[in-house]
Design a binder for this molecule. Structure first.
Ligand SMILES: NC(=O)C1=CN([C@@H]2O[C@H](COP(=O)(O)OP(=O)(O)OC[C@H]3O[C@@H](n4cnc5c(N)ncnc54)[C@H](O)[C@@H]3O)[C@@H](O)[C@H]2O)C=CC1
Ligand SMILES: O=C(O)C(=O)COP(=O)(O)O
Length: 540
């Protein structure tokens, strides 16, 4: 006997790098041997040029230069993942990405030190007029009079946004013997104490600080956070630093505040529109600036590129990522706890949607028993995926399931309880439409896999796979026989049959596993039988 080896060519995964990334940082991609990666580096493209090139790409990798618009996302028909080698994702249309089921990942830790160090450099340069003095000297003028600065020691630094970078800036400022007052919605008194900073509101920070630095993302709530009204309550001669995002500080109001001498100086690394070469703030001698260099160090660039490259590889190998932006972040350990339930919840969703012809308005999902101890958000997403994929097709995935459901007005509730009515785990999903409510419950049986154990409140034991018939009937003698006979007449073979009832002579259900797909005509045929109330075909 001869053995023939059939080599199956894996389809190449095209990774398109649209902004300059560290070559050393992308070595995980370059040296990846199991995945068939096709890496294209093409930077500095206009929107139109990028749109023309990305129809078939699987992964788009960017920094802050490329704005990933809805048009780009829609033009990239195969796009599965957008990687941001850095923190801020305000240049990516997250709504469009989520809507299209595209996962967005970033690299939140890799440039923290560099951004914090740059901020401290900017504070020092601002306090001592280093760029202005250097410029004068370069022009041949030895001017010691115009550049009398201020010390940092004992000055108050106001930090708005105490995340990764804000905290690192606060640490370093304390090294300069500055006093730090900080605001962050998540900063507790205990944490502030631990960090050795005073906790204040945004206004309290503005009132108390000699230097104010912002370290928040650009969000609707943080846009124009520092504006005319806030400048008005600041100390005269306050100095402002923005190494986070253009727009957190209102640029027009800052310009006016500098002209009015309210603000003694500003250090800016970021602008609302970048590149910002022709900006009115740059005409002011009180303003020093860098062209978005906060993360531009060898170390940060290598680190963020490694992180995002590793996440791309992880995604294509395991379907999970470490730094998701548009889906719940969940650790590997936590994911492995819920992994066995993924298939079950999806089937429960698929089952329910086939019980109704109406639009689903609400979904209640209850986790009982051991499963209630876990982070179940991805399971709920999978149940929704099961529910929606029947009508929305294959583009529903874990990334966009909840978004799509909420967009069509579905109200989603999760409930957890430790008591599981005799089961180790029990997941019950209920859907509500304008006129109907349907429920199904399932469990994982030790060694036997997934089972549907309740349908519309009736106890059953069904393997959730293949072609099923759900029949609701009145509990009268002969119903089962008549159904079996009719199906036989249509040449439909019954593989298994489960029956359940609420009480003798009351409502009853039959759950049949059948070998064929039934037609609408077959369903009508069975539905017309005596004492049969409802017949639904369910394919799982
Ligand atoms: N200039 C540059 O090259 C770089 C800029 N950045 C930017 O720096 C900023 C901070 O980055 P990270 O510290 O890594 O992010 P992070 O996510 O660790 O921290 C952001 C903090 O802002 C807080 N926050 C959210 N809304 C707020 C509000 N309304 N008021 C006050 N605080 C609020 C959050 O609670 C969080 O603690 C981001 O905008 C990021 O894009 C980051 C790296 C380099
Ligand atoms: O990580 C961030 O948020 C940054 O602003 C860094 O941007 P960059 O990657 O240097 O274009």
């Amino acid at each position: 006997m001869t053995t023939k080896t059939v080599e199956r060519a894996t389809k190449a995964i095209t990774v398109f790098i649209a902004d300059p990334l560290s070559e050393d940082g992308i070595y995980p991609l370059i040296h990846e041997s199991e995945l068939n990666l096709n890496i294209i580096v093409d930077t500095g493209l206009s929107q139109e040029q990028l749109i023309a090139k990305i129809a078939d790409i699987d992964v788009l990798l960017v920094r802050s230069q490329t704005t990933v618009t809805r048009e780009i996302i829609e033009a990239a028909k195969n796009l599965k993942l957008i990687g941001r080698a850095g923190v801020g994702v305000d240049n990516i249309d997250l709504t469009a990405a989520t809507e299209h089921g595209i996962i967005v990942v970033n690299a939140p830790d890799g440039n923290t030190n560099s951004a914090a160090e740059h901020t401290i450099a900017m504070i020092t340069a601002l306090a001592r007029y280093i760029p202005q003095a250097f410029n004068t000297l370069k022009n041949g003028v030895w001017d010691r009079k115009s550049y009398v600065g201020v010390e940092l020691k004992n000055k108050v630094l106001g930090v708005i946004g105490m995340g990764r970078i804000g905290v690192e800036v606060a640490y370093r400022a304390k090294g300069q013997r500055m006093k730090v007052i900080a605001y962050d919605p998540f900063l507790t008194e205990e944490r502030a104490k631990e960090l050795g900073v005073t906790k204040g509101t945004v206004d309290e920070v503005c009132i108390a600080a000699d230097f104010i630095t912002v370290h928040t993302p650009l969000l609707p709530e943080t846009r124009n956070l520092i504006n005319k009204e806030r400048f008005a309550i600041m100390k005269d001669g306050v100095r402002i630093i923005n190494c986070a995002r253009g727009g957190i500080i209102n640029e027009d109001d800052l310009y006016d505040a500098i002209l009015e001498k309210k603000v003694a100086g500003a250090a800016l690394d970021v602008f609302i529109t970048e590149p910002a070469t022709d900006h009115k703030l740059l005409t002011l001698s009180e303003v020093i600036a860098t062209p978005h260099l906060g993360a531009s160090t060898v170390e940060a660039q290598e680190s963020v590129a490694v992180d995002v490259s590793n996440d791309i590889i992880k995604f294509f190998k395991t379907g999970t990522v470490t730094n998701p932006v548009n889906m719940p972040s969940i650790s590997k350990e936590k994911l492995s706890q819920i992994e066995p339930f993924f298939g079950l919840v999806e089937k429960l969703g698929q089952f329910l949607i086939q019980l109704t012809d109406e639009t689903v308005k609400g979904l209640n999902i209850s986790y009982a028993g051991d499963v209630a101890n876990f982070d179940v958000r991805p399971l709920t997403a999978n149940a929704i995926k099961g529910l929606l994929s029947t009508n929305h097709g294959t583009h529903v995935n874990n990334v966009n399931a909840r978004y799509l459901a909420e967009r069509i007005g579905m109200n989603i509730n999760e409930h957890k309880t430790t008591t599981a009515k005799g089961f180790t785990n029990l997941i019950t999903v209920e859907i509500k439409t304008a006129h109907e409510t349907h429920t199904v419950a399932g469990t994982l049986l030790n060694g036997l896999g997934a089972r549907i154990v309740k349908v519309e409140g009736f106890v059953v034991d069904v393997i959730p796979t293949g072609n099923l018939l759900y029949i609701k009937n009145t509990d009268k003698p002969g119903a089962i026989g008549r159904v079996a006979t009719k199906l036989a007449e249509k040449d439909i073979n019954i593989a298994t049959m489960q029956v359940g009832r609420d009480m003798v002579g009351g409502s009853a259900v039959m759950m049949l596993a059948i070998d064929n797909v039934v037609t609408t005509e077959d369903l009508h045929y069975v539905a017309q039988l005596e004492n049969i109330d409802e017949v639904k075909a369910i394919t799982l």
